[in-house]
Design a protein around this ligand. Structure first.
Ligand code: NAD
Ligand code: TYD
Length: 334
């Protein structure tokens, strides 16, 4: 099988590139990535000399870059490329609309023109908006609340429209939050771990009562693997674990594991429009594709903390980029 993975130098994309090359020795993987601040070829040193792997620097918004990357055609495009950080989207939404909406459009056009046999769109539970109690299902309406989730929803709605209008072969996923090695240190878990490793306080929005659902990189790769091989064209699959935690609980896990107490929490002003709670039902993936997560949050967070402890060289230089001139984040203390 020949796969084009877009955004394969980012956090989850690079984990999936390595997962596929390790598990399927005869698969070819082409990685198309623009190398934004979040793209990092150091995530891929393990596979850079693998003869089944090619890296192509390019932009999914540019159809010629997609054409060059697919060459004579591929079996599937898996779209991990996106602008992904909610706080950045609040400060500067434009790049989100470009990549997450227009980029998805260009990939759909490539599939419509026959350059790939199908598209797997990797998306987020955030498109459904937040829910105080209960769960979202695959047919829940989209109610996004910030420019990131609205842009992802725009791309996903185009997937839906292309399926119906042109019969374009697309599968969509909506996943809960990922965590694990190689996550850029601006997101909650790697930011908090690396701050503590530098003896700095952790900035918790408001009182930390917002709830997120968490899946390890390993389990997310396993879920996408199932969808790649057994997923039905035209379907939508939620990917989740049921492990729903308040941010203060996540902070406590990390503080305890690193030997710190609550004095290292700095409560800061809330994120505008902050979604209260995400929760997606994953019965469809469990029943139809026999997927069960293997790693509990407790196990996964320990492994993740260990990885950041052992890979200071990887994240240290990224910490400056995490708060670069385009994203001058300032925390107002509560
Ligand atoms: P990331 O920010 O770590 O990486 C994104 C990658 O996409 C980077 O390598 C970047 O260089 C590349 N990219 C950005 N714009 C591009 C463009 N125009 N053309 C080509 N490449 C481009 O992302 P992530 O956290 O690994 O998320 C991957 C996907 O999963 C995204 O689609 C995201 O919406 C989705 N998702 C993420 C989470 C999460 O918790 N991180 C949860 C659910 C879904
Ligand atoms: P984040 O990792 O940005 O993912 P998302 O917003 O896509 O779910 O944030 C996860 C949660 O952690 C979210 O409720 C916001 C909160 N958070 C903080 O409290 N402090 C921080 O510095 C960050 C980055 C996030």
């Amino acid at each position: 099988m020949k796969i084009l993975i877009t955004g394969g130098a980012g956090f989850m994309g690079s984990n999936f590139v390595k997962y596929v090359l390790d598990k399927y020795k005869d698969y070819k993987v082409i990685n198309l990535d623009k190398l934004t601040y979040a793209g990092n070829l150091e995530n891929l040193t393990l596979v850079e000399n693998n003869p089944n792997y090619i890296f192509f620097k390019g932009d999914i918004v540019k159809k010629n870059d997609i054409k060059k990357a697919v060459g004579k055609g591929v079996d599937v495009i898996i779209n991990y490329a996106a602008e992904t950080h909610v706080d950045r989207s609040i400060l500067n939404p434009r790049s989100f609309i470009e990549t997450d909406v227009l980029g998805t459009y260009e990939l759909l056009e490539a599939v419509r023109k026959g350059l790939a046999k199908k598209l797997i769109q990797i998306s987020t539970d955030e498109v459904y908006g937040d829910i105080e109690a209960g769960e979202f299902y695959e047919n829940s309406p989209f109610m996004p609340n910030n420019p990131y989730s609205a842009s992802k929803a725009g791309g996903d709605l185009l997937c839906r429209a292309y399926k119906r209008t042109y019969n374009t072969p697309v599968i969509e996923t909506h996943s809960c939050n990922f965590y694990g090695p190689h996550q850029f240190p601006e997101k909650l878990i790697p930011l908090f771990i690396t701050n503590l490793l530098e003896n700095k306080k952790v900035p918790l929005y408001n009182r930390g009562q917002n709830i997120r659902e968490w899946i390890s990189t390993w389990d997310h790769c396993r879920a996408v693997d199932k969808i790649l091989h057994q997923g039905k064209i035209g379907e939508v699959y939620n990917i989740s674990t049921g492990e729903r935690l308040k941010n203060i609980q996540v902070a406590d896990y990390i503080l305890n594991e690193l030997g710190f107490g609550p004095e290292m929490i700095q409560h800061v002003q809330d994120r505008p429009g902050h979604d209260l709670r995400y929760a997606v039902n994953h019965d469809k993936l469990a029943k139809e594709l026999d997927f069960k997560p293997e790693i509990s949050f407790e196990q996964g967070i320990k492994k993740t903390i260990k990885w950041y402890k052992n890979n200071k060289r990887w994240w240290k230089k990224l910490k400056d980029k995490a708060f670069d001139k385009y994203y001058q984040k300032q925390y107002k203390k509560l």
